[in-house]
Write a protein that binds this ligand. Sequence first.
Ligand code: NAD
Length: 355
Amino acid sequence: MSETLLITGGAGFIGSALIRLLLRESDYRIVNVDKLSYAASPEALEDAPQHPRYRFERVDICDAAALTRVFAEHRPDGVLHLAAESHVDRSIDGPADFIQTNIVGTFRLLEVALGYFQSLDGPARARFRFHHVSTDEVYGSLGEDGLFTETTPYAPNSPYSASKASSDHLVRAWHHTYGLPVVVTNCSNNYGPYQFPEKLIPLMILNALEFKPLPVYGTGANVRDWLYVEDHARALRLVFEHGRIGEQYNIGGHNEQRNLDLVERLCDLIDTLQPDAVGRKRRELITFVEDRKGHDLRYAIDAGKIRRELGWRPRETFDTGLRKTVEWYLANRAWCETVQARGYQRQRLGLARKA
Ligand code: NAD
């Protein structure tokens, strides 16, 4: 019989890409545990809801009783934990939700997963693992040189990265103290289809299409290392299946881009794919705005460990991935309008918090 994976945050950007990949390319049964926050997009699951190997549980990971029921009912062979509050700017404006979901929620999930793990025996116990999905932002900021490795000391600078760093430490402690079999991955910035339009790349694409200003923080000199979301999903599967228990793996595309260069590249690509009738150029829309508080200068990942140990390499180049992404947003304007309207509606009604 096929194994069952419990995936938290599966209605989000990366979780949904992972579920689409696993339903397409594996025989896992999937249980998606998601509270459907403002950032969730059930549409991103495409035809998963009709799939015989897919189940959905609308559950908040802070709710230990509901989690206990889900574990007892679905008897998972492993957990991939992606549920989180994920937007840095929101964490600066309102850190409370980040502390709640990313730290308290991860703690609740670890407690329930540990109790469940301890109740297993034989092959089910040997098979079980808890994969915690995290970010390179836990390492803080690099100067002009150097790369983050798995041994780089943690130095988070934003409420988001501090909450993710805390959750990484909890997962590590549950392994060392209680013997929960864990793996942790720390990935660089993702981009691709179905990313909520508050994040840099979709925000710039949508504004550029509508000839709205393209707000770039500071001088645009901040550097991020971009990875196509499906390449991240493949890396997650590989680490989940073959990573060594208790180990941490960095995931990144060796693809550093200054924010300004990235935005200019997007402008040129959109000008090519959808030229303006009266010849306006999208680069003219770039507007420099006051820098983000505590803005990390540079992130860049050394992905040597996952490459050497597990043979992982990204399939997309930045050219192919970015073109696919822009073409997807051009073809899916209706999705963007739907999630934006729904997100704002949920927030206005306070449903994002209660759900
Ligand atoms: P996302 O914001 O798109 O999705 C998060 C999902 O988690 C949503 O579906 C939301 O409804 C769900 N969720 C939030 N709080 C919850 C709760 N309390 N209980 C249950 N579900 C809840 O995020 P994403 O970009 O897909 O990121 C997924 C994970 O990957 C996060 O842990 C993030 O820290 C990590 N990560 C993201 C990136 C990136 O570039 N997006 C890079 C590296 C790591």
